[in-house]
Design a protein around this ligand. Structure first.
Ligand SMILES: [Zn+2]
Ligand SMILES: [Zn+2]
Length: 102
């Protein structure tokens, strides 16, 4: 695939050096963060404040589609791979002592 090409999600150009992701058939190309955003959902969804959870938040309204995808990707990695998992539980009101069995 020759860069730059248009990201199928945010419509901004993917330039050399940016992480990107294509579908299995190689037909569509996305920024890596945009690909994560499609799989993981919006910042609002990851914070459980979207319509799935009775809320109204989705992508932050002051961000471009690309910026919101980066924010969702960052949040996704914090929640599922980083040291922020406990604070995520706290933010959901789940008391971490629930998971201690001492
Ligand atoms: Zn994109
Ligand atoms: Zn949702």
């Amino acid at each position: 695939m020759n860069l730059p090409v248009k990201c199928t999600y945010c419509s901004e150009m993917i330039v050399q050096g940016e992480k990107s992701q294509e579908t299995n058939d190689g037909a569509l190309l996305f920024h890596y963060e945009c690909f994560i955003r499609m799989l993981a959902g919006s910042v609002g969804h990851l914070n459980k404040k979207c319509s799935c959870f009775g809320g109204t938040q989705e992508d932050p309204p002051d961000m471009t589609k690309r910026q919101a995808a980066k924010a969702a990707s960052d949040l996704y990695h914090q929640i599922f791979e980083g040291d922020f998992y406990e604070s995520y539980l706290d933010s959901l009101g789940i008391h971490r002592q629930v998971f201690n069995f001492n």
